[in-house]
Design a protein around this ligand. Structure first.
Ligand code: ADP
Length: 311
């Protein structure tokens, strides 16, 4: 669960893990006269995710994300706004509807498969193989470039927010737009950074700027991308088992560039480039795409399966 979410949850007086236990919708409920709710398939910090069948489209399986009406409605509104703005783009789940029950606000979206955090943990050596990792992360990077290009920051990129496609398991989708922020103004100019902002995102994947409560830019999403890649490929980050912020910060300061990428040396160039960016930098995505592509093992074939396809 992300920091911002846990803070709001406590403020609303919710019981921890409630989202995972008490079902907000019962199986068989029909939403928007069309979507028949099935089982609950996930519970995040605030939301519950259900599978549903679309009665108007050959019972296609979709996902329902519902947030308790006691929660701050702005998060769901934001998620819906961003999903609508990004509609039709590769790597972004399609949104099919939205509404409200007495339990909470919901949106209907494309069903995706397992998230990469769960996938990694299920693999025998708890690491995603290089042949899978960089192909997958290239897709995450493309989705991120689309989000940034539309003027938004994701602000909670992490392995559990990167999901394998449900129908096409060679695709990766970036989910959870409840913490996004518009960083470009209407004229496409980067908004002035604010001072002393609250913590946003998830500690483990947060950049040092985030720890310092600086306003975040696209570079900080890229740091989260870098930490996500290292964790998925190495099985952990150097600070994975630290609990204290100060200890985590010290390790993040110590593990940069070559040292951070000791087990994935080809990622060093990517790390150094990302670390060279600041709030105002416009990332050169083409450069990043080719640097991540270069990380692919030379014997990679287009027919090679992704790790989860043989799980
Ligand atoms: P929260 O906003 O509460 O953190 P998320 O959107 O991150 O909730 O979803 C929590 C989990 O539910 C995800 O890690 C994922 O495994 C699952 N999930 C989310 N969206 C979908 C979806 N569209 N299809 C299938 N599973 C999903």
């Amino acid at each position: 669960m992300s920091i911002e979410k846990s803070k709001k949850k406590r403020a609303a007086g919710a019981v921890p893990n409630q989202m995972k236990n008490d079902k907000m919708i019962t199986a068989g409920t029909i939403l928007l006269n069309r979507f028949e709710v099935q089982d609950m398939i996930g519970g995040g910090g605030f939301a519950q995710i259900y599978k549903a069948l679309d009665n108007q489209d050959n019972n296609t399986e979709v996902a329902v994300k519902i947030e308790d009406s006691k929660q701050d409605i702005r998060r769901m509104k934001l998620e819906i706004t961003v999903l609508l703005a990004l509609r039709g783009n590769l790597g972004i789940p399609e949104i099919m509807g939205m509404g409200k029950t007495k339990e909470g606000h919901f949106c209907i979206m494309q069903l995706v498969g397992r998230n990469l955090s769960d996938v990694r943990r299920k693999l025998p050596n708890k690491c995603i193989s290089p042949k899978t990792l960089y192909r997958a992360m290239l897709q995450v990077l493309r989705a991120l470039s689309i989000i940034h290009g539309a003027g938004f920051l994701h602000r909670d990129l992490k392995p559990s927010n990167c999901c394998v496609g449900y129908i096409d398991s060679t695709r990766i989708y970036l989910i959870d737009y409840g913490l996004t922020r518009q960083y470009l103004d209407k004229g496409g100019i980067v908004r002035k950074p604010r001072q002393g902002v609250g913590l946003r995102g998830t500690i483990r994947y947060m950049s040092l700027d985030g720890h310092a409560r600086r306003d975040l830019g696209p570079n900080n999403d890229l740091v989260a991308f870098l930490y996500t890649t290292i964790e998925l490929g190495d099985g952990q980050l150097p600070w994975s088992y630290e609990r204290e912020h100060d200890d985590i910060i010290k390790l993040k300061q110590a593990y940069v560039g070559e040292k951070l990428c000791a087990k994935q040396p080809k990622m060093t160039k990517v790390a150094e480039y990302i670390e060279s960016l600041n709030y105002h930098s416009i990332p050169d995505y083409d450069k990043l795409f080719s640097m991540v592509e270069e990380c692919n093992p030379p014997d990679l074939k287009p027919t090679d399966l992704y790790d989860w396809q043989s799980l």
